[in-house]
Ligand binder design. Structure first.
Ligand SMILES: N[C@@H](CCC(=O)N[C@@H](CS)C(=O)NCC(=O)O)C(=O)O
Length: 390
C-alpha cells in the first residue's frame, strides 16, 4: 500500500518554523494547517506536522522535551483501515510496548481512527486511519471558521487527562482560569460531566476575563458555558445538560414520565435550590466581613437549611432523586449542592452528604473535574519576577 509518515514536532514559533522548513525544501499544505499546526510536505509519503506547544500537549501526558537538550518525536503513520491500526498497536503491545498511551481516544467514531504506543525507549508512535472523504475535504475549513469568528479561542493546552478531541463537533466554552474559590464549581463542569456520562467527545473554547464582543450574541450575560454543536448554539447550563441528555439514555430516559421527572429536578435544582445556596455563597465569599452581610447571614443560612431538609426528606434512602437511576436532575442538583463545599451544611444531612459523594465518585464526574482543573493549572497567571516591573 501507499504509506505516509507524518513526523510531529513541537515548535515554539509556528511561523518561524514554517519559514525554516520551507527554506530547506518542504512545502506547506494549507489544507491541514491552521494557527496551531502546519503540515510541511517533503514528499508524497513524508511530511512533518509542526505543532505549537499547547496543541502538541493535548496529545501527550508527558512534559514536552526541550529538543535542544533531549530527543523527542511523535511518529504518526498512515494505515489503510482501523483494523490495521489495531493490528500494529496490538503487535506493539505483544512485543512489550506500552499501548494507548495518550489521553485522546480516537477510536470512538469520527473521521479518524487512531491509537498509539511507545517503543521500549518511550518514543511515541501513532498509527492512524483517516476517512478518505474527510482527507479529501480537509479539516482546514472548519478550523478556519472557528478561528475567524472566535478570536479569543485558546486551544486547550492541558497536560494530563483532557478528553479533548480538537475535531469533535461539540464545543463548549469555559474559563481559562478562575480564582481558587471558584475552581471546581464553574458551571461548564455541568456540561463536561454530562458529556462524559454520555460518552461524547468535545472540545473547549477557553475564555479570558475579557470575552470577545461577539460572545454576547451567544451568551447574552457574557457567562460560561455555551454549547455549540454544528449550527446549534445554546447557553444556560440546565438547557445544555438537557440537550446532552437527549442524546443519551444514560442521562435522560426516553419514556415521557421518567424523562419529565428528570427534567423537573433540573428546574428544582436551578430554580428552587440554587438561588438560596448562591445567596449564601455570595455572602460568605464576596461580602464577607461587611456589616449587612453579617446581619443577613443567619437568615440566609436558615433558608438554605430548609431547602436541604426538604431535599433530604425527599431523597430518604434512595440512591438518586428518582430512585435507582442517575439522571440529569441528579447531575445538576449535585453541582448545586457543591456550591456549599465551603460550609458543613450538607454534612448536617448524612443522606444528602452521601448523595453528593456518590455523584462525585462517578468516573465521569472525576474526569470532568480534573479536566476543568487542568485548564486552570495550565493557565495559572504567572507572577512577575521581582524587579521585572522596574
Ligand atoms: N444560569 C447560568 C449561569 C452562568 C454563570 O453564572 N456562569 C458564571 C460561571 S459559573 C460566569 O460565567 N460568570 C462570569 C460573569 O458572570 O461575568 C447557567 O447556569 O449557565
Amino acid at each position: 500500500m501507499f504509506r505516509m509518515i507524518f513526523v510531529n514536532l513541537p515548535v515554539a514559533d509556528l511561523d518561524r518554523s514554517k519559514a525554516f522548513y520551507e527554506a530547506i525544501g518542504f512545502h506547506n499544505e494549507p489544507k491541514f494547517s491552521n494557527e496551531a499546526a502546519a503540515m510541511m510536505v517533503l514528499s508524497d509519503t513524508i511530511s512533518v506536522m509542526l505543532l505549537t506547544h499547547p496543541f502538541y500537549a493535548t496529545f501527550t501526558r508527558k512534559p514536552i522535551a526541550d529538543a535542544n537538550n533531549s530527543s523527542q518525536v511523535m511518529l504518526c503513520i498512515s494505515c489503510e483501515s482501523p483494523a490495521e491500526v489495531d493490528r500494529i498497536t496490538d503487535a506493539a503491545g505483544a512485543a512489550g510496548g506500552k499501548v494507548d498511551v495518550s489521553q485522546v481516544d480516537q477510536t470512538k467514531g469520527g473521521p479518524m481512527y487512531g491509537r498509539d504506543f511507545e517503543d521500549p525507549d518511550g518514543h511515541q508512535w501513532s498509527p492512524m486511519w483517516m476517512d478518505p472523504q474527510f482527507a479529501e475535504q480537509g479539516a482546514h475549513p472548519v478550523e478556519e471558521t472557528t478561528q475567524a469568528t472566535r478570536p479569543e479561542t485558546i486551544v486547550c493546552n492541558q497536560e494530563g487527562t483532557m478528553p479533548i478531541n480538537p475535531n469533535a463537533s461539540i464545543e463548549i466554552t469555559a474559563f481559562a482560569w478562575v480564582p481558587e474559590f471558584a475552581q471546581g464549581v464553574v458551571r461548564d463542569l455541568r456540561a463536561r460531566w454530562a458529556l462524559e456520562e454520555a460518552g461524547l467527545d468535545y472540545r473547549v473554547q477557553l475564555l479570558g476575563q475579557t470575552r470577545p464582543a461577539e460572545y454576547l450574541q451567544e451568551q447574552p450575560f457574557d457567562q460560561v458555558p455555551v454549547l455549540r454543536d454544528g449550527t446549534l448554539q445554546i447557553f444556560e447550563s440546565g438547557a445544555i445538560v438537557q440537550y446532552i441528555g437527549e442524546k443519551s439514555e444514560a442521562l435522560l430516559p426516553s419514556d415521557a414520565e421518567s424523562k419529565y421527572r428528570a427534567i423537573q429536578w433540573t428546574y428544582a435544582a436551578l430554580n428552587s435550590c440554587e438561588p438560596a445556596i448562591l445567596n449564601l455563597l455570595l455572602i460568605d465569599i464576596f461580602f464577607t466581613g461587611q456589616e449587612w452581610a453579617k446581619l443577613r447571614r443567619p437568615g440566609a443560612e436558615d433558608f438554605v437549611k430548609l431547602k436541604l431538609k426538604r431535599l433530604s426528606d425527599w431523597l430518604g434512602d434512595k440512591q438518586w432523586l428518582e430512585g435507582d437511576r442517575f439522571a440529569i436532575g441528579d447531575l445538576v442538583m449535585i453541582t448545586v449542592l457543591r456550591f456549599l463545599r465551603h460550609t458543613d451544611l450538607v454534612a448536617g444531612f448524612p443522606n444528602l452528604d452521601a448523595y453528593v459523594k456518590r455523584g462525585e465518585a462517578r468516573p465521569s464526574f472525576q474526569q470532568a473535574l480534573s479536566d476543568q482543573l487542568a485548564a486552570f493549572a495550565a493557565n495559572e497567571p504567572q507572577l512577575e519576577p521581582e524587579g521585572a516591573a522596574a
